[in-house]
Design a protein around this ligand. Structure first.
Ligand SMILES: C[S@@+](CC[C@H](N)C(=O)[O-])C[C@H]1O[C@@H](n2cnc3c(N)ncnc32)[C@H](O)[C@@H]1O
Length: 261
């Protein structure tokens, strides 16, 4: 029988979190009880997880959850794994909108629901809608919701026909279809990541159509690739004003906010 310490000494990728997951013990408990001998079932499950990690399976898909802002979110292979960079969209929104006022906010392409659910959890007064064209992703988002959110399925604005909003937020797919970085993301849904030759197909569509779905003085907030900000600014200038550009915590250009003219 192998003990916790034997596995820790083996040095497999993410071995401590994997042990915590299989044994349902905290990190502290793991090290305090490092002479614990794993039973057969636990060894088999751990070996399976170690092999999957070696083949590039993200840890979040093994644990089935990922933290974002102040909440934990269920994730499955139908949803993108939440990225810390996306927390920037929450900070920008909280700076922009008054906590005590009522707003209609839309999260387009909600995935596991992180943007819509985090904002709704912080500000129950805001009326939040969230869409995705993946019903499987929406089903996951619904289980993550902590308060009422209006979830609808459909391609971009088709899901919210005839509705208007004070703020439309989206972290859409924005990777170029031939980007070599995609090899590292092979386990995540490609429809959540890739957007045509230059990565801007979905962003162009959202910018073109957003004005029809915005209330007077409303805003559009987009996450984007580190090298796309200038081009997106040019696209926005046609129908938007007061453009503000933001960098993520790695100092990469990452988000853009604009107000309808
Ligand atoms: C980059 S992921 C972002 C997911 C989530 N908002 C997040 O930040 O983790 C893009 C999301 O857009 C959705 N999506 C892609 N194409 C879409 C379309 N045509 N209409 C609506 N949603 C779409 C994907 O299913 C995916 O959930």
């Amino acid at each position: 029988m192998k003990t916790v310490q034997d596995y820790l000494n083996g040095g497999a990728c993410d071995i401590a979190p994997l042990l915590s997951l299989v044994l349902e013990k905290s990190n502290t408990e793991l090290y305090a009880q490092n002479d614990y001998a794993l039973n057969n079932k636990q060894q088999q499950q751990l070996t399976n997880f170690i092999q999957q990690r070696e083949q590039g399976m993200p840890f979040a898909y093994l644990s089935g959850k990922k933290g974002f802002y102040h909440l934990d979110f269920k994730v499955t292979k139908d949803t993108l794994i939440p990225r810390p960079e996306t927390e920037l969209l929450i900070d920008i929104t909280l700076d922009l909108l008054n906590k005590n006022q009522k707003y209609q906010v839309l999260d387009l392409g909600t995935g596991s629901g992180i943007i819509a659910i985090t904002l709704a959890d912080i500000n129950p007064r805001w009326k939040i809608s969230a869409t995705d064209f993946s019903q499987a992703a929406l089903d996951v988002a619904k289980t993550n919701a902590t308060t009422h959110i209006n979830f609808t399925q459909g391609s971009w604005f088709d899901a919210v026909a005839d509705q208007t909003f004070d703020l439309i937020i989206s972290n859409p797919p924005y990777i170029e279809e031939n980007d070599i970085y995609l090899d590292d993301l092979a386990h995540e849904p490609q429809t959540a990541l890739v957007s045509g030759k230059d990565g801007l197909d979905d962003i162009r569509l959202i910018i073109d159509n957003a004005p029809e779905y915005l209330n007077k003085g409303g805003y559009l907030l987009l996450e984007h690739g580190h090298n796309q900000q200038q081009e997106i600014e040019q696209l926005l200038l046609v129908k938007f004003k007061n453009i503000q550009k933001f960098k993520d915590y790695n100092n990469n250009n990452r988000a853009i906010l604009a107000q309808i003219r």
